[in-house]
Design a protein. Structure first.
Lengths: 87, 588
């Protein structure tokens, strides 16, 4: 891949946007819902406890899986769109 | 058939399987040895990463930690899974595109500096060696309990098996044994959990059982557990905690440390394409989550089971007589991991929290102190016995615990030996070494690493538990930031990267040593390791994340004050960002 073509730059920007969005969700479910925002979610009860506890022990892990597969799927599309995918 | 014979069959059978795989997957080239030939399917690789990652700590200790700490220890669940999001998006695809064999090799090439490579090699070896001690010690415990052999002899048996497939097959042998070990460990972990979830809640899926109703009491199981343990003076299982800053930083340190551990990163070098590196991160987390979603259910259910074993008629009634204790308590007493002392001489087992707030109630009931100490590491291993499951489930747990310890040990040993043979010997000492010579050097380094690890496992330093924090701290504060900046910044240069790595590392080590003792030597700590003395309430175990921030900051400031990297290095950064032309992992 050669240096600074217009497409290469936009490809990288598209990747960074996708990463940025994914990491916001990543931080929101773990550091947000499971830890810092737990008191705010205390009113929503889940099986004998509250939503924050669920996020801490299950919800965040499930979200992480969804985030990685979504990223892999979107990036493969972006690779093809910009013609940088592998044959 | 005796329980001993069943255990022998399960453990012996699984070992035989690993050895057969070793004979089948012999490494013929350095490429086979370092990256399994580079043609591993992403799902296969995901499974191998699962076994590589899930260690004795995940299999044996984690549920016990959660059982003891409840909500507060959810940090392990999030921290040890959230790192895969970082790996999938920030490191794995680009390092795969770079297409070399080791982590220090990328750091050396990207920062065009042998010194940077050397710093990375040292960080890698310290992090991996400390980590491998725990695996070998864990294997020793499993052997001594289930196979009734001396722990040292057990360790030597384990070392011989690892030797066979790791030295002969390198990454190729390790990959396919790890797939087998994943299957063994996940079956061993989930089967008892399914039985216990069925017994307690009627729901066969443990993650759903955790939030279901406890059949006997009609209450949600977590509510029932809270009730039982708070009656005995323990903290509520689901209660929120005050020190949120420390909880955030600890979770972040575990996540960044996970993403920076070299033995996990090199597994991504074994897949054919960049896209496969992304997919295999996803598959890895799916396979890891099968255990990580089961663990919190095992934790709460096993703790409730333990309490109802001791207080069969409820917490208000008298606990069981020592003479009537179940068989599994007797068996674990032999190992010293369960201890009973009849402090008030009533022949009954009083188990409660010896806290000041509970003292008056304890005195009113004629109790003279907590009489039962249960090592939290036995929770998973004793789980089938506590729930009265058949003997073959116990045999399965023995094989599973060993699979978890050995698969991680092998991955770590490969990371260590490839750093020695590829980065030190070929990279510095003798660059003209032949392919055959390097392969031999790799095998010899692996053999030496196994001997050292076995010796350390048999004679674990007193600080074995604390050094795991050190491994994560080092990976988080030194390797992860250097790798990430190497990919995402064209401006960070050799001086900046080295200054960043060294200051992140020094900052983290000093903070740990001030509280834990210099080089962990007891009595040499400058401040007591208690929350009141921690700066802003940040525990030494949580400091890796702050060390990473120091690393980033120093690297940027120093790089901007010095020359920018040469054009060919900027082109290298460009090239790792675009998947096209990755080809298979290459030697120089």
């Amino acid at each position: 891949m050669s240096g600074h073509s217009y497409d290469a730059e936009n490809y990288w920007k598209a990747n960074l946007r996708l990463i940025f969005g994914s990491l916001i969700v990543w931080a929101l479910v773990s550091y947000g819902c499971a830890i810092l925002l737990r008191p705010m979610l205390a009113g929503i009860s889940v099986g004998g406890t509250d939503l924050g506890f669920w996020f801490a022990q299950q919800g965040s892990i499930l979200t992480f899986i969804a985030l990685i597969f979504h990223y892999a799927w979107r990036m493969n599309k972006i690779d093809e769109k910009f013609g940088v995918h592998e044959e | 058939m005796s329980q001993f014979a069943i255990n022998i069959i399960f453990v012996g059978g699984s070992f035989l399987l690993y050895i057969l795989i070793a004979i089948w997957a012999k490494a013929g080239s350095t490429k086979d040895f370092y990256v399994a030939g580079g043609g591993v399917h992403p799902v296969t690789n995901g499974m191998a990463i699962g076994a590589d990652w899930m260690s004795a700590a995940s299999f044996i200790s984690m549920a016990g930690l959660i059982a003891a700490g409840g909500y507060a220890n959810s940090t392990f669940l999030m921290g040890w899974t959230g790192g895969y999001v970082l790996l999938a998006m920030l490191l794995a695809p680009y390092l795969r595109k770079f297409g070399k064999f080791t982590v220090p090799e990328f750091i050396g090439d990207r920062f065009y500096s042998k010194n940077a490579r050397l710093v990375a090699v040292i960080c890698l070896i310290v992090a991996s060696v400390t980590y491998v001690i725990g695996q070998m010690a864990g294997a020793g415990v499993a052997f001594s309990r289930f196979l009734e052999v001396d722990a040292t002899l057990g360790l030597i048996i384990a070392a011989v098996v690892v030797f066979m497939y790791a030295v002969m097959g390198g990454m190729k042998g390790i990959t396919y044994t790890q797939v087998a070990q994943y299957c063994v460990l996940i079956i061993a972990y989930t089967i008892p959990a399914v039985f216990i979830s069925l017994q307690l809640t009627g729901n066969p899926l443990p993650p759903l059982g955790l939030f279901s109703t406890h059949t006997d009491s009609g209450l949600p199981i977590l509510e029932k557990l809270n009730q039982v343990i708070t009656d005995l003076g323990f903290n509520s299982y689901t209660a929120d905690i005050d020190n949120k800053l420390n909880m955030v930083l600890f979770t972040l340190s575990l996540m960044i440390g996970t993403a920076g551990l070299p033995h996990v990163i090199i597994r991504f070098f074994t897949v054919p394409k960049v896209a496969d590196a992304r997919w295999s991160a996803g598959w890895a987390l799916v396979f890891i989550a099968l255990l990580y979603l089961t663990a919190p259910a095992v934790a709460s259910m096993a703790r409730l089971n333990l309490m109802t074993t001791i207080y069969p008629d409820g917490t208000d009634a008298a606990p069981i007589l020592y003479e009537e204790r179940p068989n599994w308590v007797k068996e674990w007493e032999v190992t010293g991991l369960i201890q009973f002392e009849d402090k008030n001489n009533d022949g009954r087992i009083q188990h409660y929290n010896d806290s000041e707030s509970f003292q008056s109630e304890a005195e009113a009931r004629g109790w003279a102190g907590n009489e039962l100490t249960v090592n939290r590491d036995i929770l998973v291993l004793a789980n089938p016995e506590i729930a009265n499951l058949p003997g073959w489930v116990i045999g399965l747990i023995a094989a599973g615990g060993l699979a978890a310890a050995l698969s991680t040990a092998a991955g770590l040993l490969l990371a260590i030996s490839s750093a020695v043979s590829h980065d030190l010997i070929k990279g510095s000492i003798n660059p003209n070494i032949t392919e055959k010579g390097e392969l031999l050097a790799a095998r010899i380094s692996m053999a030496v690493a196994i001997v050292v690890a076995t010796w350390l496992g048999a004679n674990p330093p007193g600080f074995a538990a604390q050094v795991v924090a050190l491994a994560f701290g080092i990976a988080a504060a030194s390797l992860f930031p250097a790798l990430m900046m190497g990919i995402f910044s064209k401006r960070v240069n050799n001086t900046g990267a080295i200054a960043g790595m060294l200051s992140g590392l020094a900052f983290t080590l000093v903070y740990i040593f001030v509280y834990k003792g210099w080089l962990f030597i007891p009595g040499t700590n400058n401040l007591p390791d208690t929350p009141e003395n921690w700066v802003l309430g940040i525990s030494p175990l949580s400091i890796g994340a702050v060390g990473a921030i120091v690393n980033f900051a120093v690297a940027f400031v120093v790089s901007n004050a010095t020359e920018e990297p040469p054009v060919e290095i900027q082109e290298l950064v460009e090239s790792v960002r675009y998947p096209r032309g990755a080809g298979q992992a290459q030697d120089h």
